[in-house]
Design a protein. Sequence first.
Length: 629
Amino acid sequence: MTAYEEIFRSSVDDREGFWLGAAGEIDWHVAPTRALDESNPPFYRWFPDGELNVAYNALDRHVDAGHGDRTALVYDSPVTGTKRSYTYAQLRDEVALFAGVLREQGVGHGDRVVIYMPMVPEAAVAMLACARLGAIHSVVFGGFAAKELAVRIDDAGPKVVVSASCGIEGTRVIEYKPLLDKAIELSERKPDSTVILQREQATAAMGERDVDWAEAVGRATPANPVPVKATDPLYVLYTSGTTGKPKGVVRDSGGYAVALAWSMPHIYAVGPGETIFTASDVGWVVGHSYIVYAPLLAGATSVLYEGKPVGTPDAGQFWRVVQENAVKSVFTAPTAFRAIKKEDPKGEFLAQYDVSSLEYLFLAGERLDPETHRWASDLLGIPVIDHWWQTETGWPIAANPAGIELLEIKPGSPTRAMPGWDVQVLDETGKPAEPGVDGAIVAKLPLPPGAFPTLWNDDERYVGSYMSAFDGYYLTGDGGHLDEDGYVFVMGRTDDVINVAGHRLSTGGMEEVLASHPDVAECAVIGVADTMKGQIPRGFVVLKSGVDADAEGYEDGLRAELVQMVRDQIGAVASLKDVAVVPALPKTRSGKILRKTMRGIADGAEEPVPSTIDDATVLDTLRPVLRRQ
Ligand code: COA
Ligand code: AMP
């Protein structure tokens, strides 16, 4: 057995021993005496009798151990021309003070705080301040529109919302405050107060509910860490499901801390004093885990980058950051590399920097196409590690554990299952699929620490969406296969979730927006392959009878309205730019729209006509529209 296999086997065969051992990397207020409570499946609980504070583990304990001068966080913002570093001692102090601000606003253990912020260090400070108080944060990605923010506010019921006056998207300044005000106006559960970070690029007008970040910090007294149960939620992170109602993924405190602390040295090969640069956003799970919590739990340095891989101002920024911070591991989405490849195919920007510190490139968030894998590997001459995970899982399900040993890299595969992840592929009848044969990718319960114990206030949806399809297994929602060597191949979602430039979105949610237009009788949105963004959505609408579609300019006007509606209600990240008016949608005899067939045709496949189709001529008429790129 290889070192990896030994570790994997022990995580499955000796679950208690393995995870209690891993828990030794965390400082507990009350140390757990057992790893897993299995009394109420599928609601498993990790470290049920443990107590800890995650922010204390991320900050104070390193300071107490004499490492207060080490750099915890580097803020690098080419869009504002700012660079700032925080030592562990400085970050702890900032977090303690901001926790004091939140406490002043009435936030305590178990209260929710929504954080709607751009990529500024104060976003991480706000998250850690919540963790310090035992409050539950819910970060909403800045690219979401007011309505999406409102839905999340209503579900989480926050006491306070923390936001900023603006974000910077490339060269554009996006004012956040009007979006926040609109969201609160739309929401039924209004927060008691909002704390606003004023940025010089746009000053927000303040209202009665608003508290100025800097002023409040100026008069705050620091708050101490509050020990919480390992099973208490650390955060809720909303993610797209198959409908417009997002799923509130709950993250516990103890299991998450243990899993992340294990993953840093073993998967990402980053230890105390070393630097990881995760180019993502704190609004996504990757940002929660590998910009904020995991690097700090490990005593490492994390780079928080406010900018894009290209255009801010050029395709050399990632390499500049690597050089200036002696970065050891970079983690980003494949789409970022496709963007760099397009701008700098020969690596001329790369050649301007010394990136000799860089040992690994980790990519996740969407399928890594073998071509991009090859290009990045050739360019950098270091291992390029595809790894697979989801908001629900909190850390990788499958990866190449660089810190243990580098397994053979097979382009197209995120390599093998990580500890505690008993990954299997099942056919529709629930039987294990043969190696190489595609099916539903599942994980046998219980899931390892770090994975979500439930959905916020919705145990029923947790069971219905994830735990019911195959008894005793977690349905990942991804399809694919295992090969003879146990390598996982993730081929794509089996539901209506799509991945646009590494952003997870719901086509069902977009359909709800299109369907709300008074002229639309029915519609379908599908994700089609895109060379840059991986996937992009395309919409198809059927008009209500009586609508005069022949009127001059009608179709162009309608298309523009629909595109704008999605932008306004979901956000610019949805990237829905292509909507076609069609006479009918292909359906089964029972009335289900044949989205999978439509997607296949749009992607250029020779899709067979399904035997269940109601009227094959509808599909024939649609074929040329679908094929058009
Ligand atoms: N706030 C406001 N608007 C945002 C936003 C934010 N935080 N993030 C994106 N948007 C907007 C963009 O400005 C763009 O608007 P536009 O249609 O008016 O141009 C739209 O949403 C689509 O954004 P995006 O999909 O990011 O496309 P892009 O062309 O701006 O950039 C990439 C393309 C590849 C450079 C960019 O998508 C990228 O860096 N992707 C990596 C994503 C990632 O890290 N994902 C996390 C998983 S690890
Ligand atoms: P998110 O919850 O936003 O992290 O998105 C999770 C989804 O992204 C997964 O269910 C997959 O569909 C996709 N995904 C993430 N990483 C990979 C990967 N390495 N290969 C293929 N798909 C991936």
